[in-house]
Ligand binder design. Structure first.
Ligand SMILES: Cc1cc2nc3c(=O)[nH]c(=O)nc-3n(C[C@H](O)[C@H](O)[C@H](O)COP(=O)(O)O)c2cc1C
Length: 284
């Protein structure tokens, strides 16, 4: 059998597939099912400093080759998220990535400090959600670097920064966060989009705009990963539209050390991890 294990910083992943953030929430039992079903690592939904409702329904629209969502970073109170994460870290046999967000630098630091106490393997900074109020921090190199630097100062855990494709020069942001101490980069978060119901002449999502994910965004993700890879030396987790072993290999050829799988889990179930791995093995 081909060895498809890989290394992400100091951690060994038995294979390069990672459940990406937000797809299956933060409940330990659900994420453990994914961990036990063949994923190389799992990422929690982004955890914020306090309870957040998220946007009103409808929050998801199917499009011909992708999903448009505007969940709006809903999450339970931090204490509840930490209890789930604690259980997950204790029981998971694969590395756990805790995704976090804040509305400002101070909130990022607050969440990073509290979450670090339960020792996930990595922290992922979600500076890139496309469907919150205002523009995400990730469109600004200076702010992204500042958040990275402050979080790095507050934790011993390796920090991954998740970037948005909704910028004119993603490599510039990648270089800024690398310079600020980021240990790795994940790219990409979803692409900003919109859908209109022509019978009612109204936007379908209550939030008007959402984040597009799934096969439609794979070429954008491959291009972003390639551009980042050319300009930075830290590892990259390639995310966006991966559905098959061939997609995963394409992303790794662009420069990714591992790949995030999101919408494909919604479309094909958690068996997708073993299927993608066996397709990679066959190709090798
Ligand atoms: C329903 C849904 C919720 C998401 N929630 C989060 C989130 O909480 N944090 C985050 O960093 N990314 C979130 N994302 C973005 C995904 O992690 C991923 O970057 C994006 O969907 C592209 O990958 P995919 O095409 O494989 O789905 C979410 C995506 C979807 C579809």
């Amino acid at each position: 059998m081909v060895d498809i294990s890989t290394r992400l910083l100091k951690k060994r992943l038995k294979n390069p597939t990672i459940l990406t953030s937000g797809i299956l929430g933060i409940s330990s039992s659900t994420l453990l099912r994914v961990a036990n079903s063949g994923a190389g690592a799992v990422t929690t939904k982004s955890i914020g400093p306090r309870r957040r409702e998220g946007h009103k329904n409808p929050v998801v629209v199917e499009t011909p080759c992708g999903l448009l969502n505007a969940i709006g970073l809903s999450c339970p109170p931090l204490g509840e998220s930490i209890e789930e994460l604690k259980d997950l870290v204790k029981k998971s046999r694969v590395p756990v990535i805790a995704s976090i967000y804040g509305r400002n630098v101070e909130e990022f630091v607050e969440v990073a400090e509290k979450i670090s106490r339960v020792k996930p393997d990595f922290l992922e900074l979600n500076v890139s959600c496309p469907n919150i109020e205002g523009k995400p921090f990730g469109v600004n190199a200076e702010i992204s670097a500042r958040i990275t630097e402050m979080v790095k100062d507050s934790t011993d855990i390796s920090v991954i920064v998740k970037l948005t494709p909704n910028v004119s020069d993603i490599a510039e942001i990648a270089k800024a966060v690398e310079g600020a101490g980021a240990d790795a980069i994940s790219a990409i978060n979803s692409c900003s989009g919109m859908a209109i119901n022509i019978e009612t002449s109204r936007p379908i999502l209550a939030n008007k705009f959402g984040g597009l994910s799934g096969p439609a965004i794979k070429p954008i993700a491959v291009r972003c990963v390639y551009e980042i890879y050319e300009d930075v030396d830290i590892p990259i987790i390639g995310i966006g539209g991966i559905q098959s072993g061939r997609d995963a290999i394409e992303m790794m050829m662009a420069g990714a050390s591992a790949v995030g799988i999101g919408t494909a889990v919604m479309n094909h179930g958690i068996e997708i991890f073993t299927r993608i791995c066996s397709e990679i093995e066959k190709f090798m």
